[in-house]
Design a protein around this ligand. Structure first.
Ligand SMILES: Cc1cc2nc3c(=O)[nH]c(=O)nc-3n(C[C@H](O)[C@H](O)[C@H](O)COP(=O)(O)OP(=O)(O)OC[C@H]3O[C@@H](n4cnc5c(N)ncnc54)[C@H](O)[C@@H]3O)c2cc1C
Length: 337
């Protein structure tokens, strides 16, 4: 691990100014914010990230979870994953988020991990994590060792010939289904970006993962109110029951009326280069009867464009079954979500 300087940020403006000195907010940024440190420090130990300055934002007043006037919720960037998961309003109104957070990592990690840090966590692709290998995300132009290599855990949706890394987060899949907004303050002022426009597909520039620019500090994540009577749920399939990333997961929000689907939101995890909102599945489900046939048709639509690699073809069917099951559970009359 390289030597670095740790600077406590005295204010939001201070933090923004310090990171704005960096030429990028993306991979390889020489100045980085540090929150829980559970992701960044991992990658510093592996020499995957080598910042010369860390701006410690933990003293900033950004850890509140508060209702918004329109019935939604505003979650501070520094709210810890445990605090969000166990918050009464989150459990009552956004069960999918609570379940997604509790399915990730361990209690100790969730006690440190923050909402914004989770939004920006890096892929677990073996080749990104090991500097011996070529990886376009870590070192642009060095190739993608995962194509034809160890790719069992990696993405099948949204990939490119330059990168097939999967986004590992559970939280972000739930936030995609909940249509969260990301609140940012930066050198040019404040802006609010829908999560659907926050992540960038790898394309030819996999080292760029979000729309963040130098100095951009995430301050909050807001959730809109869901339609009254909707239920939400997160289902995660993985190699072992805990302390493991998703092979496939599904976050769903469903409202039924008279045996038909009145409102639905769908996002998939473990299979996308980014947290994968499936508008194809939503379109397939809208106004359809609540039935296994409808759920399966939605799953077929969601995975229609899947491009599996040498070792992860099984994810196509696994993801379909995961979504079909999640929809059935969320739409079942007895489900408390
Ligand atoms: C062993 C292990 C198992 C795990 N298992 C899972 C799992 O099953 N599911 C899952 O979803 N996750 C899992 N995780 C990942 C974990 O959720 C993340 O490490 C955590 O959420 C990162 O949050 P943090 O606050 O520690 O981020 P940090 O490490 O502090 O920061 C991460 C990144 O976010 C940036 N950043 C932080 N805050 C801000 C901000 N306010 N504005 C702008 N940039 C910011 C940092 O500069 C850095 O680039 C696991 C992690 C470990 C170590």
């Amino acid at each position: 691990m390289q030597l670095f300087e740790l600077i406590p940020a005295a204010s939001v403006a201070d933090a923004v100014k310090a990171q704005a000195a960096s030429p990028t907010a993306q991979q390889g940024a020489p100045v980085r914010f540090i929150a829980g440190g559970t992701n960044l420090v991992d990658y510093m130990k592996l020499d995957v990230e080598t910042p010369r300055q860390l701006v410690d934002i933990n003293g900033l007043p950004l850890d509140r979870i508060e209702p918004t006037p329109n019935g939604g919720l505003m979650i501070g960037a520094l709210a810890r994953n445990s605090d969000v998961a166990h918050h009464e309003a989150v459990k009552a109104q956004y069960a999918v988020l609570s379940q997604a957070l509790l399915s990730g990592a361990t209690t100790q990690l969730r006690n440190m991990a923050t909402t914004a840090g989770n939004l920006l966590q890096k892929t677990r692709c073996l080749y990104y994590r090991d500097t011996v290998y070529g990886c376009n995300k870590r070192k642009p132009g060095s190739g993608c060792s995962a194509i034809g290599g160890q790719n069992r855990m990696l993405a099948i949706l949204g990939t490119s010939e330059h990168c097939i890394a999967s986004n590992p987060s559970d939280q972000n899949v739930a936030l995609a289904a909940l249509e969260a907004s990301i609140h940012i303050t930066g050198p040019k002022g404040d802006r609010v970006i829908p999560i659907a426009a926050f992540y960038t597909l790898p394309g030819k520039t996999p080292e760029r993962e979000t729309v963040l620019e130098p100095g951009d500090l995430i301050t909050h994540v807001s959730l809109p109110a869901l339609p009254a009577g909707s239920k939400s749920l997160y289902l995660k399939l993985r190699d072992r029951a805990s302390y493991e990333f998703a092979l496939a997961s599904a976050a769903v929000v469903v409202k039924t009326s008279g045996g038909r689907i009145e409102f639905v939101r769908v996002a998939l995890g473990g299979v996308g280069a980014i947290p994968w909102r499936s508008r194809e599945a939503e379109k397939e489900l809208q106004d359809k009867p609540v039935s296994t046939a409808s759920f399966r048709a939605a799953a077929e639509a969601a995975l229609h464009d899947a491009r599996p690699q040498s070792q992860n073809g099984f994810k196509v069917e696994l993801s379909k079954r995961c979504l079909t099951r999640a929809l059935a559970m969320a739409a079942a009359p007895s489900t408390q979500a």
